[in-house]
Design a protein around this ligand. Structure first.
Ligand SMILES: Cc1cc2nc3c(=O)[nH]c(=O)nc-3n(C[C@H](O)[C@H](O)[C@H](O)COP(=O)(O)O)c2cc1C
Length: 223
């Protein structure tokens, strides 16, 4: 099979056309496209470039059935050819990972000594004080979900539908898929080709309701 590696739905249309699919055909996702979804997904930004996201790619029917049983029996888990268990690793905040990020920057020749020193000293302090979040899990999860968002749009651009899911029992999934204590699951992401029943567009609130002008108390008006 020849795989067309150029996305054939542009960015704007991919965003507009993406819907959470509740049922999938058994058609497989070409491996090269799956790779592209993962590769482009992990181009998402992360605080200090620490990249705490982790993904378990589940394709074996036996494992999808096991996952479906941990996910309130949601049919899309068993039907989709690929389900990602989207996780985030709290250890990404530790010095070992900080050093790896510094090495990454050195490999692509963008890391300077002064920035490396800044990362070594500032990041541990940031995670002791953590002024912008309550728990480390809140911090790691926000990053994993960004990557998931990228993946859904990249997938749609290759004609592949998705369904993000929070309907699962985390303790059961962790045990069934050998996920370590320090790793949290932020969602499941089913990927494949949607078939009926396909829930339609549920609408979105207007930007006047969800966006504000300069402060939370002021409405935004765009001409
Ligand atoms: C974090 C998150 C968790 C979700 N969990 C589920 C789920 O467990 N089962 C499900 O069928 N849909 C789930 N959804 C899909 C939403 O219901 C869906 O995105 C929403 O209704 C808007 O529809 P649309 O994505 O088709 O525009 C979830 C979506 C998100 C972003």
């Amino acid at each position: 099979m020849v795989v067309e590696m150029h996305p054939y739905i542009g960015l704007v249309e991919a965003i507009k056309q993406r819907r959470a699919a509740r049922s999938f055909s058994s058609d497989r996702i070409p491996e090269a496209i799956l790779q592209e979804i993962l590769e482009l997904g992990i181009q998402a930004p992360s605080g200090f470039n620490l990249q705490p996201w982790r993904f378990i790619v589940v394709r074996e029917q036996e494992n999808k059935d096991k996952l479906q049983a941990c996910a309130f029996n949601q049919r899309q888990v068993g039907e989709a050819p690929v389900v990602l268990i989207c996780c985030s690793d709290r250890c990404a905040t530790k010095m070992e990972n900080i050093i790896s990020v510094i090495h990454l920057g050195e490999d692509v020749v963008t890391m300077t000594d002064s920035y490396a020193n800044y990362l070594r000293s500032s990041i541990p302090e940031f995670f002791v004080n953590h002024p912008s979040f309550d728990t480390i899990e809140a911090w790691t999860n926000r990053h994993a979900m960004l990557a998931v968002g990228y993946m859904m749009i990249v997938a749609k651009s290759f004609g592949i539908d998705s369904c993000p899911m929070e309907g699962f029992v985390s303790t059961q999934v962790k045990e069934a898929f050998q996920i370590p204590d320090e790793v949290d699951i932020c969602c499941l992401l089913a990927l494949g080709y949607a078939k009926e029943p396909f829930k339609g567009y549920g609408g979105r609130f207007p930007i006047e309701k969800v966006c504000f002008n300069e402060s939370y108390s002021k409405p935004l008006k765009l001409s």
